[in-house]
Design a protein around this ligand. Structure first.
Ligand SMILES: [Zn+2]
Length: 151
């Protein structure tokens, strides 16, 4: 299942990607959002009641209520029956491309800080934008948020 989030839900979109959900995020007009959801067969997710009313006869839509991204994710997951997959399904938060894990340090040599290169054994590469991720401090934070979702 593919999701399309509107421009009010940028943070939520990034987290959904990290948790392995195929998530489109666009800053475009309501009409373009509805059209994209139609073309992509995506579920449109918004907090905007007006957009929700406008779109409801054309595409599958979910109106989220909370302003908190964790509560939003919980609602999205329970309403749509989505399974979160972290870390094995994780996607690039910036571009939604599936990350590729590598243990071949040659691949990341010179592209990550020296200390990271020395200490880390596993890296996740986005083959679309070239970003490289590893289990740093931020990773623990992600794990904590993932556990706190309790889903
Ligand atoms: Zn990327």
């Amino acid at each position: 299942m593919k999701l399309l989030l509107d421009s009010m839900l940028a943070r939520t979109a990034r987290w959904l990607r990290v948790f392995g959900v195929d998530t489109l995020y666009l800053e475009v007009s309501d009409d373009e959002l509805i059209l994209t959801a139609e073309n992509e067969g995506a579920v449109l997710i918004t907090r905007d009641k007006k957009l929700s009313e406008k779109a409801k006869n054309k595409v599958k839509i979910l109106l989220v209520e909370s302003t908190d991204f964790k509560e939003q994710i919980k609602q999205i997951v329970s309403s749509l029956g989505i399974e979160l997959r972290f870390p094995e399904g994780t996607r690039c938060p910036g571009c939604n491309f599936s990350l590729r894990m590598t243990k071949d340090k040659k691949e990341v040599e010179g592209k990550v800080p020296d200390s990271v290169f020395r200490l880390q054994k596993e890296f996740w590469i986005c083959d679309l934008c070239g970003k490289i991720y590893w289990r740093g401090g931020h990773w623990e934070n992600i794990g904590r948020i993932f556990s706190s979702l309790e889903i």
